[in-house]
Write a protein that binds this ligand. Structure first.
Ligand code: NDP
Length: 321
């Protein structure tokens, strides 16, 4: 068995938080190692237009932004590893982590930037028809619905952005929302509500994804009115579930304190309850959840790591005398 790969700063996740931590950590000479995770680049790799990341007057693409962040991190000395951590032992330092294929890592500090994943409704037919008409990513799958009818479920920024994006492929987009008002930004709402290819079904909850045909695919969604209780059916070729995200913290369940699934950090810092373990980005943020806030938190984590290592090195050198 090969010996574990040791690093002073191990970063889990390669979204804006992980890569910003890597850029700052590398520039501080910490030679960070980034274990990229299941979705290298994070959620922005499955989005399209980004209009609110500072520094770009014109619309940029999410995947491009992440490629640039990774290139910058590598340029300043961060190492990227295509692996997924499946087990962690944070009970003693150096921390020990195990990768998907059995690779072993040890680290003086760990920065958790594992982000969040799309939530599913959990209603009948959803799982069975996933990949056969039901999706949680318009950017990934919208292309398949050229000239077809699609629905988007949800009322936040993601749902509205997905509905707008889908008009690039489909002339018949329906947003289905369980209430009578959207929670997305006003500017996006205005675009959605005035879009000629989009209609909105208010106060409707999806009860069932209905399959049909051979080979089987989605043919419609059964709906229930959340105010009147009336049932209805909306025929559709594709359904995009866009109802928010859940933090990717399964690895830390029972090992660290979670709040609604989110990792808990000391207020105003990236420090978790375990000295030497830090968290940044969507995995610890249930409020802001923006690329730019994740990047800012990644920067904070790197600065916290730097200080932690400097303090531990100082303590170790004192003990040596
Ligand atoms: P949100 O939590 O903001 O919205 C989730 C939506 O899904 C809500 O409208 C909610 O309804 C609805 N919903 C939740 N659960 C269910 C359910 N079981 N059945 C039916 N509907 C449900 O999530 P988003 O992913 O939209 O956004 C997350 C964060 O990311 C936000 O802070 C958002 O601003 C940000 N974001 C920013 C973007 C940008 O700036 N470009 C792009 C995308 C996201 P209800 O309203 O009734 O609660």
């Amino acid at each position: 068995m090969t010996s574990p790969k040791h690093t002073r700063m191990l970063i889990l996740g390669s979204g804006p938080a992980g890569l910003s931590a890597a850029i700052y950590g590398a520039r501080a000479g910490l030679k960070p190692v980034v274990v990229q995770g299941m979705q290298p680049g994070g959620q922005l790799t499955i989005t399209t237009d980004v209009e609110n990341y500072p520094g770009f007057r014109d619309v940029i693409q999410g995947p491009w932004l992440m490629q640039e962040m990774q290139a910058q991190a590598e340029h300043v000395g961060a190492e990227m590893i295509w692996d997924q951590i499946v087990d962690v032992d944070l009970s003693q330092r150096p921390f020990r982590l195990t990768g998907d294929g059995g690779s072993q890592y040890t680290a003086d500090t760990v920065v958790i930037c594992t982000g969040a994943q799309a939530k599913w409704l959990g209603t009948e037919g959803e799982q069975e028809l996933s990949g056969k008409g039901v999706s949680a990513c318009a950017t990934c799958d919208g292309f398949f619905y050229r000239g077809k009818k699609v629905v988007v479920i949800g009322g936040g920024n993601t749902a509205v952005e997905e509905a707008l994006y889908l008009t690039n492929h489909s002339d018949d987009v329906t947003l289905i929302h369980r209430r009578d008002s959207l929670r997305s930004e006003k500017i996006l709402q205005d675009r959605l509500l005035s879009h000629p290819k989009i209609k909105v079904l208010w106060n409707k909850q999806v009860e069932r994804f209905v399959g049909g045909g051979d080979p089987e695919g989605l043919v419609g969604v059964d709906l229930v009115d959340t105010v009147t209780g009336d049932k209805s059916h909306e025929p559709t070729d594709g359904a995009f579930v866009a109802i928010g995200h859940k933090p990717s913290t399964e690895l830390f369940d029972g090992k660290m304190t979670l709040d609604g699934g989110y990792l808990v950090v000391e207020k105003g810092t990236s420090k978790t309850e375990i000295p030497g373990v830090f968290a940044a980005g969507d995995v610890t943020d249930k409020v802001y959840r923006q690329a730019v806030t994740a990047a800012g938190m990644g920067c904070m984590a790197a600065l916290d790591v730097e200080k932690f290592l400097a303090d531990s090195d100082y303590e170790a050198s004192k003990a040596a005398y």
